[in-house]
Design a protein. Structure first.
Ligand code: UD1
Ligand code: CA
Length: 436
């Protein structure tokens, strides 16, 4: 961190985000399972040890969420009542180092590599620009022969300025003294009655300070202002996650249809088929996840799952086969086969056990949850119910259609609960006879 450690990073996260039309603060909206701010801070921590988040709107909530995710963060409160706007956000901020990188809290795609580019520049202000076919929502950057003149916000722009397709990406490196000098001088004489950080560019130019612009790409600097932007940013983030895992050796069929969250880990050789959704702190090792399966916060080792299976949180599968329409929740299965149509919840199932189609662990009585324990080499016939709490010892057979009520099935038994079958001669023809 030699060079980089000398830069402070401040992330603006105090805004309302009204264009999101949500009661959740904009910066807490999630992308691939984590708040937008998480992605930015994770990258910022790779390049700086002085990171500050500016908060105001839903400040308690934002702080609480971030404190559960990170240590060593500084928080500064913005007085949005008297000093609204991105410039107002820096009023109460004092950086530790001489250089400050300012990031908007709504650009979740920014990477440490992208941030580093700003550290190499020596101008008093380094800003970031990109060109967009549709610049809607961004501040327009007015240039004169490649020199930045000023930034005008969309709401303040003239017809002519609105046609400018070079936009302000919203990341800046400032010398500390530039902030100290110009932030107090900002005015709110504009359409939104806000103190715009972007005005610093024109102010600095008038005082003959140097301003340079880095050309960046939307892939890393996209700002999220609406739910549509959010989904677009998630698409880009998810593609990054998939590409990283494919580079690590995971095979993916139709990868663009697969959703994988940030905390998911693959080990060894894995295959993920189309349409899968894998979330939370899931670990998948040497396993095959077949089409359209959903895996949440689970561990899957040397196993195959799906198609169309659902592993809910806290499922642990080792050397196990899970087939279609099987739902597993908070259960540990080792060396088990559950090929079709089952619900296995709050259970422990051991090696060599076969779960027949339609087997259900009845784990809930309407008030409490109970456990099912099934030993080794148990054969459970189709359409059986295990009413928990229940223990099935090793080497037990349960006949198809059996309801096992609470208690213990001792090793070696056959459990069968069936009505004796009755047949009534000639019933069919009588019932369907044409006479009546
Ligand atoms: C801002 C820039 C615009 C740029 C765009 C890039 C300004 C005035 N405009 O516009 O030129 O093209 O980003 O994405 O800076 N925030 C605060 N306090 C506030 C207001 C906002 O901390 O009082 C935070 C928000 O939480 C957000 C960030 O600043 O994370 C940007 O605010 P937003 O309102 O989204 O600015 P834009 O209109 O997108
Ligand atoms: Ca924005």
């Amino acid at each position: 961190m030699n060079n980089e450690a000398k830069t402070s990073i401040v992330i603006l996260a105090a805004g309302k985000g009204s264009r999101m039309k949500s009661s959740t603060a904009k910066v807490l909206h999630e992308i691939c399972g984590k708040p937008m701010l998480y992605h930015i801070i994770k990258e910022a921590q790779k390049v700086s040890d002085d990171i500050t988040v500016v908060i105001a709107h839903q400040k308690e909530k934002v702080k609480e969420v971030l404190q559960t995710l990170f240590e060593n963060l500084n928080f500064v409160e913005q007085d949005t009542e008297n000093f609204p706007g991105t410039g107002g956000a820096l009023k109460n901020y004092t950086p530790k180092y001489e250089k400050v990188l300012v990031l908007n809290g709504d650009m979740p795609l920014v990477t440490a590599e992208a941030m580093k580019r700003f550290f190499d520049e020596t101008s008093d202000i380094v800003m970031s620009i990109f060109d967009l076919e549709n610049p809607d929502g961004y501040g327009r950057v007015v240039l004169d022969e490649n020199e930045v003149c000023y930034i005008v916000e969309q709401k303040d722009a003239s017809e002519k300025e609105l046609c400018v397709t070079t936009v302000n990406a919203g990341v800046y490196a400032f010398k500390k003294e530039v902030l100290e000098r110009f932030i107090p001088k900002l005015s709110n004489d504009n359409a939104q009655k806000e103190y715009y950080l972007t005005d610093l560019v024109e102010m600095a130019k008038k005082e003959n300070l140097s301003v340079s612009a880095l050309l960046v790409d939307e892939e890393h600097f996209k700002g999220v202002n609406s739910k549509k932007d959010l989904s677009h940013a998630e698409e880009i983030m998810c593609e990054r996650i998939r590409n990283e895992w494919m580079a690590q050796g995971v095979i993916m069929h139709l990868p663009q249809t697969i959703y994988i969250e940030t905390d998911v880990v693959f080990e060894g050789e894995c295959i993920v088929e189309q349409g899968c959704r894998i979330t939370g702190k899931t670990v998948i090792k040497n396993s095959h996840i077949k089409a359209h399966s959903v895996i949440e916060e689970s561990i899957v080792e040397e196993s195959d799952v799906g198609p169309l299976a659902h592993l809910r949180p806290k499922s642990v599968l080792k050397h196990t086969h899970i087939g279609n329409f099987v739902e597993v929740k908070k259960s540990t299965l080792k060396g088990v086969k559950a090929g079709h149509l089952s619900y296995l919840g709050d259970s422990e199932i051991d090696e060599g056990t076969n779960i027949g189609a339609g087997t259900i662990t009845c784990n809930y009585d309407g008030k409490n949850k109970y456990k099912t324990k099934i030993g080794k080499n148990v054969f459970i016939g189709s359409d059986s119910q295990l009413v928990a709490p229940v223990t099935v010892e090793d080497n037990v057979m349960i006949a198809a259609g059996t309801t096992v009520t609470s208690g213990t099935l001792k090793s070696g038994v056959l459990a069968i609960s069936r009505q004796k079958l009755r047949t009534i001669e000639g019933f069919f023809h009588k019932f369907f006879s044409k006479e009546d």
